[in-house]
Design a protein around this ligand. Sequence first.
Ligand SMILES: [Fe+2]
Length: 353
Amino acid sequence: MKTITPKATLLIVEDDPLVRQSMAVFLENSDFHVLQARNGQEGLELYTQKTPDLMIVDLQMPEMSGIELLAAIKSDLPVFPTIVVSGTGSRDDVIATLKLGAWDYLTKPIEDLAVLEHAVNKALEKACLITENKHYQLHLEEEVDQRTAELQRREQELKMTLISIVNVVASMVEKRDPYTAGHERRVTSLALAIARELELDEQRYEGLGLAATIHDLGKVAIPSEILSKPGKLTNIEFQLIKTHAQIGYDILTEGTAEFPWPIKTIVHQHHERIDGSGYPLGLSGQDLLIESRILAVADVVEAMASHRPYRPSLGIEVALAEITRGQGTSYDTDVVTACLALFANKRFSLESS
Ligand SMILES: [Fe+2]
């Protein structure tokens, strides 16, 4: 559809030469550019070749009638202004043309051609509005697409920044406490393998991976002599170590950045047990995030299967026996099942993680 130029092109399709000529002369005098066709077939050809701005069409014509012509361009009619001018004027004709999408209907003879000119101007104005509206909507859609893409890019940048901060924190914790070096990495790897087994959604999977990477962050506040003490811990020392879950949560809460994942909650809950026997809050069951329930199992399995400052490795079999013993009481049933399946099928190994 062309936009309206100062001199709009009108196509008159009319078999009566006198009527056609009088309309053409009148409209040319009103500063329109006028094309003339003697029947529907000629009209269709001119419509296709010259792409006029508006069409005035008679109904009864030889070779191709006005109704046949309208039917041929039916799909264009919602945006192409078409005025039917006919002498037959039967009610059925009017209905047929309007159903096909004609914009207006005038009855011949038109006593005052100014009425035709008025109908033409009105139709052109409406066509112009439709065109402008279409352009506006198209532009609006483009702008929305652009802004959405920009927001997604920024969100991705922010995620990458947050991920790099998490990695810096993780390496700080590990540098300070060499005995647990690699612990968080292996726990993360096992926790993510369990999450895949449980078909956790991507957003949760991502948050779990980050939380696992820094789950022992609170240990920065524990004296390193205690963390690396070779012998058995005293009760007081053990109580002190247990504060790391709360401290990790506090550190992440005091930070200014709000993560798009529940990292601080997962860190807070990683020593909770589903029967409420864990710490620091003694939460139970569904009050614990699924990510926390996964991390708890991965943490226990890795910790028991690894060498610690105060004892040698207990071995993976003992670790798996522990989670089997606590399945459904201390540990989430489905999480334990998923973890056992990973090791049973040798799809996961802590050594290679
Ligand atoms: Fe921990």
